[in-house]
Design a protein around this ligand. Structure first.
Ligand SMILES: Cc1cc2nc3c(=O)[nH]c(=O)nc-3n(C[C@H](O)[C@H](O)[C@H](O)COP(=O)(O)OP(=O)(O)OC[C@H]3O[C@@H](n4cnc5c(N)ncnc54)[C@H](O)[C@@H]3O)c2cc1C
Length: 397
């Protein structure tokens, strides 16, 4: 396994670093530094710059708009994005439905949908989970009944991330109630402005509006918006879930997170000694760094396998479990590091106080981020489900 970068790869790293330094939107940097929530436009401002450069979809085949980078170049790219603390691009179009469409879609579907995903003109959401159908996704009950050249869709989806901004959604629906669970499902692309689609917010522990319920009542969807064959949507669903798990370890971003905590812990707060002088806290940081380094090597091993043409195997489950647990530990230590400034997070407190919470800027997002990050062990296939996969595929149980 070769873990050192070649001279060409180091030159590529420099090119990427300069591009980010010269092009990352300044207003976005200040929104992030001041700890404000990011709007749709904030996300799209960086997306559009990358789209213009042709770097928005590095993992896509070149013929559909990919960069043609090697797995190592893609790794360098994500490392540099994280090191520069750039906001992520939304995964629902680029990492989820895009690959499904260019793999299973018709030429017309590719021509209709891929350009909008790349440019950012179409914002997508994922309509898989339902109340009672999360881990056991194949039990989903939203149904689509054929009516000429349309489907009539009825049902409810839940936890639909960022659906409040979405132009389009990709939905799993039951088209054959009599078939075996996995065999009666189809994959539909639904215009979120269609009559009968209602998006209702779910406000999370951190006070954020990130997820939603989506209700579908007699929604008419043209049959041409079905990807792949009727009742074969499970094939698309599984393919997409494998893509969803790629990059879920977020090693580069976690490294940046640890650095941020160390920065905070080096600072004197309210005349107290820096927290990093406390041996107990220092030990927690060291343990985190050791685990993160081990995770990084697992990711590099997986990358070396990918470069040698091996698809992601059960190690993607290992990466998901350890990566998500580390992300949570980082937010726990961040909250500890900011001390009492992390306690009130001011969302909705007092008239006009929201803009000027007390304490240093970096403290203001510690609590909401801590609460928000509880999700990482649940979404993308919960960690218990990942353990089941490892038990089956690695341990043979
Ligand atoms: C913040 C957030 C964003 C999300 N965004 C989206 C989205 O955009 N689109 C979408 O479709 N979905 C989304 N989801 C849903 C997510 O995929 C589900 O929450 C997840 O699959 C778990 O399903 P569930 O919530 O129904 O929990 P359940 O499946 O009911 O599980 C409850 C608990 O039981 C455990 N469990 C279940 N089955 C087993 C088993 N066989 N063995 C051992 N333990 C088990 C689980 O691990 C969990 O701890 C999101 C979830 C969150 C939290």
């Amino acid at each position: 396994m070769q873990l050192e970068f070649s001279p060409e790869e180091i030159a590529f790293q420099q090119e990427v670093r300069s591009f980010i330094a010269e092009n990352y939107p300044k207003h976005l940097r200040s929104v992030q530094d001041e700890g404000h929530d990011l709007s749709k436009e904030d996300f799209l401002s960086w997306h559009r710059i990358l789209a213009k450069k042709g770097w928005i979809a590095p993992a896509w085949p070149v013929e559909y708009g990919g960069t043609g980078w090697t797995a190592t170049q893609r790794f360098i790219w994500s490392e540099e994005l994280a090191a520069a603390d750039c906001v992520g691009t939304m995964p629902f179009g680029l990492s989820m439905v895009g690959p499904v469409i260019y793999t299973f879609g018709t030429p017309e579907q590719k021509a209709r949908f891929l350009p909008g995903i790349l440019s950012g003109d179409d914002w997508w959401c994922q309509g898989y989970s339902e109340p009672g159908s999360g881990s056991d996704l194949a039990s989903l009950r939203t149904k689509a009944v054929r009516d000429g050249d349309h489907y009539i869709v009825n049902g409810q989806k839940t936890w639909t991330t960022m659906a409040q901004h979405a132009d389009w959604g990709f939905f799993l629906v039951r088209t054959d109630p009599d078939a075996k669970q996995q065999e009666g499902i189809s994959f539909l692309l639904i215009d979120m402005k269609s009559p009968g689609v209602t998006v209702r917010p779910i406000i999370t522990l951190g006070g954020e509006h990130e997820v939603n319920e989506v209700w579908l009542e007699d929604v008419r969807v043209p049959v041409e918006n079905r990807v792949y064959e009727e009742n074969k949507g499970w094939t698309c669903a599984k393919f997409l879930l494998a893509h969803e798990r790629t990059g879920i370890a977020a090693v580069a971003r976690s490294k940046r997170g640890v650095e941020k905590i160390k920065q905070i812990a080096r600072t004197e707060m309210d005349g107290d000694k820096p927290l990093l002088a406390n041996a107990f806290f220092k030990r927690k940081i060291s343990e985190l760094e050791i685990d993160l380094t081990a995770l990084e090597f697992t990711e590099l091993r997986s990358l070396a396998g990918e470069a040698a043409g091996k698809g992601p195997g059960p190690e993607s489950s290992l990466l998901k479990i350890k990566g998500s647990e580390i992300q949570q530990r980082i937010t726990e230590l961040a909250l500890e590091a900011v001390g009492h400034y992390g306690a009130p997070y001011f969302r909705g407190f007092g008239e006009g106080d929201n803009e000027h919470p007390i304490g240093p800027d970096y403290a203001h997002r510690a609590a909401p981020t801590y609460f928000n990050t509880r999700k990482t062990t649940i979404y993308g296939g919960s960690n218990e489900i990942q353990r089941n996969i490892i038990a089956k595929m690695v341990l043979g149980i």
